[in-house]
Design a protein around this ligand. Structure first.
Ligand code: GLC
Ligand code: CA
Length: 565
């Protein structure tokens, strides 16, 4: 694999609205982020991805962009953005923005012009179809946020536009070369400003299976989930290759794709040598157990399932490309609430999970608050919910006949607000996030679960994350951790996750006892050094051929080179 500047880095995702509010309006902002750069440096972060901060009505929290060339005043100004890029540079950090170009906002001037003149040049920036009174819609696809993907074009009784997400997010028509030119111009404008690259939103959706047609309905509403059309859509690569060549490649930009539903044979095109993107996220565990019928029908994921998902991706990408590893993001519940069995959330289990995903091959991403072990927040009433996906999921559950309480429980478990509650900096009011009223409730556990309580305290989740980032950067082990081959082991054992990382002259063994009861695991050879141990009490004798791990104990061991004797 050709080495790239970003391979040995640690990446961090900021959800700006909930990170740090500098002016007391209850909304996090760019000056707030700038004030925390030294903190992120201390944590060992190099690359920072900001969820969208462009001008937006925030119908989908900024994933609905009304002006790609400016910052929403709630987040700051272009000057603040330039300052952030410059301040990051000073600290040898890189800023990555969110690139949302499958759709824009219905408040974008392109869409407004399309409404004025659907047959004019801007009408062709979107998918607009004529549907006369009494005729059926062009297709029965269900939007990701519920309901049909077609909405009446404002001002026109016989015209509909396509939105695969919310109706305030009209899809851009990538088949139109003029639209593509506008997108490239905008990307280059940002890259010329000093941005390191982009996280690329929902990108698989830019290719539609055309002409529009119905698929078999999969719920009572008569609609069909988007996966059917995505399966049939061929040729996304033509768009993505052009996008790369016209923007990212000439800038040597770093890009990470949000790619669901890629076709397996296309993986090398996506992240192989000269792929469309530098890397993409592994969502194998994210989507595990998901049901087309709603969140209330989704399956739990067990430790063995989690391990199998991670390893299946590792096998898939070995020799192909460099994957990006996460346990959570702004669309997912908190990783410690999802991947640790209910009731077992504690320092040991949180750091075990951290060790497991951080030490596999790929680029590790930390989502804000993950480094202190932030957890899901229990939703008590639907009125507390902001997220449009959760509001829709609630309706879907109730329509499927489950009780209100069960519908709420599904939101508590899977809702996107879980990761969007304000960052818990300290135990002062509103967790130190704002002096005003936070736009979304703070998780009540901030009184004990906050950064201040953990920083500088050994035995805290935060200090453990710092150990992980510094191990990744340790010149003695870096090559093996970044490039060493990953080889799963003890896969037949229950509630165990273990793997080798084999470097040129070095073998590391990562082992975790993924349950609360202790467990004894076989050792393949002599241990040279214990590099990490979340319980800090491992004693290994020369003669040992097994180790006893406490509940949720995780260790990173360096093995003697000659395990033969
Ligand atoms: C991506 C984003 C999500 C957003 C959607 C539409 O999945 O991560 O937050 O709602 O795209 O832009
Ligand atoms: Ca603010």
């Amino acid at each position: 694999m050709k080495k790239q500047w970003w391979h040995d880095k640690v990446a961090y995702q900021i959800y700006p609205k909930s990170f740090c509010d500098s002016n007391g309006d209850g909304i996090g902002d760019l000056q707030g982020i700038i004030s925390k750069l030294d903190y992120l440096k201390e944590l060992g972060v190099d690359i920072i991805w900001l969820s969208p901060i462009y001008v937006s009505p925030l119908a989908d929290q900024g994933y609905d962009i009304a002006d790609y060339y400016d910052i929403d005043p709630r987040f700051g100004t272009l000057d603040d953005m330039d300052e952030l890029i410059a301040e990051a540079k000073k600290r040898e950090m890189y800023i990555v923005m969110d690139l949302v170009v499958n759709h824009c906002s219905d408040e974008h001037v392109w869409f407004q012009k399309a409404c004025e003149d659907p047959d004019g040049p801007y009408g062709k920036f979107f998918y607009i179809e004529t549907v006369k009174e009494g005729e059926k819609l062009p297709c029965n696809w269900r939007s990701y946020f519920g309901g049909p993907v077609w909405e009446k074009l404002p001002g026109h009784n016989d015209k509909y536009y396509l939105h695969v997400f919310h109706k305030k997010q009209p899809d851009l028509n990538w088949e139109n070369p003029e639209l593509r030119e506008e997108v490239y111009k905008m990307i280059n404008w940002w890259l010329d400003r000093g941005l390191a690259g982009f996280r690329i939103d929902a990108i698989i959706n830019i290719k539609k299976a055309l002409p529009f047609k119905d698929y078999p309905a999969d719920r009572e509403d008569g609609l069909s989930g988007m996966q059917n059309m995505l399966h049939d859509a061929v040729g996304v690569g033509d768009f993505l290759g052009e996008l790369r060549d016209r923007t990212f490649l000439p800038h040597d930009a770093f890009t990470v794709g949000e790619v669901f539903n890629e076709k397996p044979e296309e993986l090398p095109d996506f992240i192989g040598e000269n792929g469309y993107f530098s890397t993409m996220f592994d969502f194998a565990e994210t989507v595990f157990g998901a049901s087309q019928k709603g969140w209330h029908r989704s399956l739990d994921i067990t430790p063995d399932d989690y391990r199998n998902c991670v390893f299946s991706t590792q096998k898939k990408v070995e020799g192909v490309g460099f994957i990006s590893n996460i346990i959570e993001n702004h669309d997912e519940p908190r990783g410690v609430s999802r991947y640790i069995p209910d009731g077992d959330q504690c320092y040991e289990s949180k750091t075990l999970l951290a060790t497991m995903y951080f030490m596999v091959k790929g680029l590790p991403w930390i989502y804000q608050g993950q480094e202190i072990g932030m957890e899901n927040r229990k939703v008590r009433s639907i009125d507390e919910v902001d997220d449009i996906a959760s509001l829709n999921a609630y309706k879907v559950s109730v329509a499927d006949g489950v009780s209100e309480q069960d519908a709420l429980d599904a939101i508590s478990k899977f809702g996107r607000d879980n990761a969007r509650t304000p960052m818990q900096w300290d135990d002062s009011e509103n967790a130190g996030f704002t002096t005003g009223t936070p736009w979304l409730c703070v998780n009540e556990n901030y009184t004990w679960l906050n950064l201040k309580a953990q920083r500088g305290r050994s035995g805290s989740v935060y200090e453990y994350y710092r150990k992980l980032t510094s191990l990744r950067k340790n010149p003695e082990y870096k090559q093996t951790i970044v490039y060493g081959q990953l080889e799963p082991t003890l896969e037949e054992m229950h509630n165990v996750m273990a793997y080798y990382r084999r470097g040129e002259d070095q073998t590391l063994l990562v082992m975790g006892n993924y349950q609360k009861e202790p467990q004894t695991l076989p050792l393949p050879g002599k241990v040279k050094k214990v590099l990490l141990d979340n319980c800090e009490d491992l004693q290994i004798r020369d003669t040992d051929r097994s180790i006893r791990l406490k509940g949720y104990q995780a260790v990173v061991l360096e093995l003697e080179n000659d395990p033969g004797e």
